[in-house]
Design a protein around this ligand. Structure first.
Ligand SMILES: NC(=O)c1ccc[n+]([C@@H]2O[C@H](COP(=O)([O-])OP(=O)(O)OC[C@H]3O[C@@H](n4cnc5c(N)ncnc54)[C@H](OP(=O)(O)O)[C@@H]3O)[C@@H](O)[C@H]2O)c1
Length: 288
């Protein structure tokens, strides 16, 4: 029988690391811990080895096309395909709630554009009945967007990739040209690049689902809760192991019929299209 394979991106620390740990304990197959930095990845693997857990390792910088291609070719050759893919790698704004254009572009490249590269180079490896989980955020709910035109566009049931990319470029252009308006986003436009990237990821998830329906692959996006990791500078209500329960649930336990959904950390599906909901991220939570 073909050996089953699970891959978690950006898994040398935080929620990704905890997800690899959980998969090593519960998934019957091979689990890949990946990281952009080899040393940090190997350190993470040796931490798991101490717990008698044995993930395989491969370098993967999701924002580096050559790195994604190398990993894809390696997986193809070694396993012929994969069964679970958890797109976890991401960066957040620094301590500042507003960022420069260069910082915004960096965040968008890693958090959103990398998923397009992975879609092109790694999705074809996902076998029939496989599962893809895009780790989004409460920042990825449509209620983070307040600009009327973009709320309307992103709400279209026949939304296209071109339109999602236009949304992202509209924001990046406004950041470059200093025409960005705080009122176009929730919470006074704080951590806006992160919000834009994650909204794009959750919108993209539904398009990806349509593309992969024929292979009965499920693609869902999810919000892990506010979690005490380096990303939040230690603020949050959950630790990484607790937060990993949602991706683990989606990867291992959720019904295969759960498709194209936006899933909250209590495992409930939330209506992504409800732009009036207050599911958006509030920076005040960081001080709670
Ligand atoms: N923590 C929260 O409260 C929270 C809330 C909502 C959503 N999320 C989402 O949950 C996921 C995990 O976040 P976390 O809190 O665990 O953050 P974290 O502790 O900062 O971990 C992020 C991971 O992504 C990796 N990464 C960053 N850029 C990468 C790249 N170009 N290629 C490969 N890996 C890369 C990091 O590697 P390095 O060590 O090399 O930087 C690190 O391993 C993210 O998608 C995040 O947006 C987190």
């Amino acid at each position: 029988m073909t050996e089953r394979v699970a891959v978690v991106t950006g898994s040398n620390k935080g929620i990704g690391f905890a997800t690899v740990k959980g998969l090593c304990q519960r998934f019957k197959g091979v689990v890949y811990l990946t990281s952009r930095d080899v040393k940090r990845g190997e350190q993470a693997v040796s931490e798991l080895n101490k717990l008698n857990l044995h993930p395989l390792y491969h370098q993967l910088d999701v924002a580096d096309r050559d790195s994604v291609l190398r990993f894809s070719e390696y997986l193809q050759k070694k396993h012929g395909g994969i069964d679970i893919l958890i797109n976890n790698a991401a960066v957040a704004n620094s301590r500042d709630l507003y960022n420069t254009y260069e910082e915004n572009k960096y965040i968008v490249d890693i958090n959103y554009k990398s998923i397009l590269t992975i879609q092109e180079l790694i999705f074809p490896l996902v076998r029939n009945n496989g599962r893809i989980i895009n780790i989004s955020s409460d920042c990825g709910h449509i209620s983070n967007v307040k600009n009327e035109f973009w709320v309307k566009t992103l709400s279209k049931k026949d939304l296209t990739l071109k339109e999602i990319n236009e949304f992202v470029d509209w924001f990046l252009d406004s950041s470059k040209n200093n025409t960005f308006k705080k009122e176009d986003f929730a919470d006074d436009g704080t951590v806006v690049a992160y919000r834009v990237a994650k909204v794009a990821v959750s919108a993209l998830t539904m398009l990806q689902q349509k593309e992969l329906d024929g292979k009965n692959i499920s693609v869902n996006s999810m919000h892990p809760g506010l979690v005490r990791t380096d990303m939040t500078l230690g603020a949050g209500f959950y630790n990484a192991d607790e937060a990993a329960e949602t991706p683990l649930y989606l990867a291992l336990e959720a019904p295969q019929s759960l498709k194209g959904a936006y899933v909250w950390h209590d495992r409930k599906v939330r209506d992504w299209y409800d732009h009036k909901a207050d599911y958006y991220f509030k920076t005040s939570a960081l001080r709670a």
